[in-house]
Design a protein. Structure first.
Lengths: 403, 330
């Protein structure tokens, strides 16, 4: 006879009377809340506010005639993601040889992806050709994932060295595609919006704050007093102030600090402030990594005849950055979340777009639907970043570490 | 002669000279940048007729603050408005610290519960809250939860407590020493103690968000105490409560207190998002003042100094606490 209740369940939930009581109360509470939420989501909620504005949420007021550029960019991104995912899976893992091209976690991720690409465009009520585009993009990603997973190990160094280069390159290509230039029609920054603007701001700040943060961390652990105190002053100044006051400073004072006409427009001002802000926090993460590398490593490298830049870049930093990886990704996640503050200084990022949509009398009182959708979107992005960082961490740790 | 020259390292490898050269170059670079920025600042400010002055602080503010512990009206000067904003900030930070600590400790210790459901719920709470932007949570609490509460007769009524769209009403002493609870006067709730929905949403948002981070700090702190300490305490004959109080908590606190410091400071800084749910904190008053006077530099300086002072005060207290809980070595 099959057991109806898992044997561990009784011990877990009803070990003693108090536990049992707590369990019953919690199950009732969670059940009621879950029932209420489902009842609301499928009965009362009017998701038409999301369906009718999905383009606005995605790209803001980006000109319709130029949106093919964004589709092209998404296709490139899907391709790069597939390649990186596959190649990362193809890399040798600590004390675990690769057995399958599709390990269990990857199968789950692929299934989730396929389900998402079938469900989300349909749920948003997109036209058939657009839905088909999303299917094509998902197929492209998965096929490249399979190819890269299959053949990455044969390419060897090309794969490990070439892949990290794809992303900065893709960033440049992406900025040209989004903004125009090189023969494309210019689309000004004030026409970007929604998720597009959020991702541009976040990726710009992530890409630029990473090197800046490493420099500041090195400065802070330097033996030269001027470098050390300069870095400390900068880091503590930034970390002492709330981000919103810094963004406020950027909007209101940057214009005074630069000669007339040189100051960037409001969107790039915010991007630079996010960069400078994030760099200070990254510096602290990297500094912790630097502190965890034994002094002897630097001394040994120097005594082997490496000069300081060589010793840092070849010996100390690779170890420090590996240790600092979880904290660094944590900072990137909070940076992505911090982009919502742009809505407070009047920019139309994802949250700003949402607020402007709800100011429309047609959608008055639909805030629950909109905010819940944004919350789910942000949660998925942040959770995916966290998962990716943990996977990367496991693969980067050499066999000697962490055993 | 040539032999001696080649034996001594070239000047760019000189262990004394190079650090000074590097520092000189960096220092010069910083000075040039600062001089450039300050020069522009002075030129642009004088062109705009906004050279540094603090006289505007004494002029009447001509805006009202909806909710303030310090009595304030539009005819009072800007500095009193900013002070009222600061008091509002301190009020939400103070209550937020207490609430977030309680919630965080509860959830953090819940992840060690023997009850699997409690453990998992604690985990889910932390994972959900930490991956959603605070600002989004704040507007959610304000627009979706607090502003959707029923009003008037339909308000949620518990003995002595009323929760409605116009706020949370609590009993208290009124007009001397007369104890009274909330009452409905012409369809409007009145009570000695009232928290506005703006304040309620901000406080709830901050507590729930920071609570998740504190829960992680507490969990890490308890997990850092080796299991053998429990076993040793039990084998010495201490009961669970006594071993928790005398053995586990003192050791866990050594790890927890520095982490709490970080979270407290970030709560204080995050309180500046009050403007998203319409609460008049320091930042919101400062923003209004800037819009009216155009005094950008002065307002920013006040803001940065105020938040720095709050951060420093929290750090001082927490460092004092840290000294108390650290291992005392002879």
């Amino acid at each position: 006879m099959p057991r109806v209740v898992r044997p561990g369940l009784r011990k877990e939930l009803f070990a003693n009377p108090i536990d049992g009581l707590v369990s019953v109360l919690l199950i009732t509470g969670v059940g009621a809340a879950g029932y209420g939420l489902i009842h609301w989501a499928f009965g009362q909620a009017q998701w038409v506010v999301i369906q009718a504005n999905s383009t606005l949420f995605a790209v803001g007021r980006y000109p319709i005639g130029q949106q093919w550029r964004l589709w092209l960019l998404v296709a490139l991104l899907a391709a790069a993601t597939g390649l990186s995912w596959g190649a990362l899976r193809g890399l040798p893992q600590r004390d675990r040889p690769i057995r399958a091209v599709w390990p269990r976690n990857d199968r789950i991720a692929a299934i989730v992806l396929v389900a998402l690409c079938c469900w989300a465009p349909a749920a948003l009520g997109l036209a058939w050709p657009i839905q088909a585009r999303w299917w094509g993009l998902t197929a492209l990603l998965l096929v490249l994932r399979w190819l890269a997973g299959r053949y990455a190990s044969r390419l060897g160094k090309v794969a490990t060295l070439g892949l990290p280069l794809i992303w900065p390159l893709l960033y440049l290509v992406g900025m040209v595609l989004i903004g125009g230039g090189l023969g494309l029609v210019t689309v000004g920054a004030n026409e970007w919006g929604g998720l597009l603007l959020t991702l541009i701001e976040a990726s710009f700040a992530i890409l630029l704050s990473a090197p800046l943060g490493v420099v500041l961390a090195l400065g802070r652990s330097s033996s030269l007093p001027l470098l050390r105190w300069g870095s400390i002053a900068y880091i503590e100044f930034i970390r002492g102030a709330p981000l919103i006051t810094l963004l406020f400073l950027g909007q209101n004072i940057l214009g005074f600090l630069l000669p007339g006409g040189l100051a960037p427009d409001r969107i790039w001002r915010a991007a630079w402030i996010l960069t400078f802000f994030s760099a200070a926090y990254l510096a602290e993460a990297v500094r912790a990594g630097l502190a965890a590398v034994p002094r002897g490593q630097l001394e040994a490298a120097r005594s082997l005849g490496l000069n300081l830049p060589q010793a840092l870049s070849r010996v100390v930093l690779p170890q420090a950055l590996r240790i600092a990886l979880p904290a660094t990704v944590g900072q990137f996640i909070s940076l992505l979340q911090d982009t919502t503050l742009l809505s407070l200084i009047g920019l139309l990022d994802l949250l700003g777009t949402a607020r402007s949509v709800m100011a429309n009398p047609l959608y008055l009182g639909k805030s629950a639907e909109v905010y819940l959708t944004l919350a789910v979107l942000f949660w998925c992005c942040c959770a995916a970043l966290g998962l990716g960082s943990r996977a990367l961490e496991r693969r980067l740790n050499p066999p000697s570490l962490g055993r | 002669m040539a032999g001696r020259l080649s034996a001594s390292p070239p000047w760019w490898q000189n262990r004394r000279l190079v650090p000074w050269l590097v520092q000189g170059a960096v220092g010069l670079g910083i000075l040039v940048v600062i001089a450039f920025l300050l020069g522009n600042l002075v030129r642009n400010l004088s062109a705009a007729g906004l050279l540094l002055s603090w006289r505007w602080l004494g002029q009447p503010a001509s805006f009202d603050i909806a909710e303030s512990l310090l009595p304030f009206n539009a005819s009072e000067p800007y500095w009193r408005g900013l002070l009222a904003g600061l008091v509002n900030t301190l009020r939400v930070v103070g209550l937020g610290l207490v609430g977030a600590t309680l919630l965080g400790t509860l959830v953090g210790s819940a992840s060690f519960s023997s009850n699997g459901l409690v453990k998992r719920l604690a985990r889910i709470y932390v994972e959900v809250i930490r991956n959603i932007p605070l600002l989004l949570q704040l507007v959610f609490w304000y627009f979706v939860v607090f502003l959707a509460l029923p009003n008037g007769e339909a308000a949620i009524q518990l003995p002595g407590i009323v929760l409605s769209k116009s706020g949370l009403f609590l009993p208290g002493f009124e007009a001397g020493f007369h104890w009274s609870g909330p009452s409905l006067v012409d369809g409007v709730w009145q009570a000695p103690l009232r928290f506005t929905p703006e304040f309620g949403a901000l406080l709830t948002g901050l507590v729930v968000y920071t609570g998740a981070f504190i829960a992680e700090v507490v969990r890490g702190g308890i997990a850092a105490v080796p299991k053998g300490q429990w076993e040793a305490a039990t084998s010495l004959g201490l009961g669970p409560l006594l071993s928790l109080r005398r053995i586990i908590i003192p050791q866990a606190l050594r790890v927890i207190v520095p982490g709490l410091n970080t979270q407290y400071i970030s709560l204080a800084k995050n309180s500046s998002l009050a403007v998203a749910c319409g609460y008049s904190d320091l930042y919101s008053v400062a923003e209004t003042s800037l819009n009216q006077t155009g005094r950008a530099i002065e307002v920013i300086v006040i803001l940065l100094a105020a938040y720095l002072a709050i951060d420093l005060a929290i750090s001082l207290v927490m460092n004092g606490l840290n000294r108390l809980v650290q291992i005392k070595e002879r």
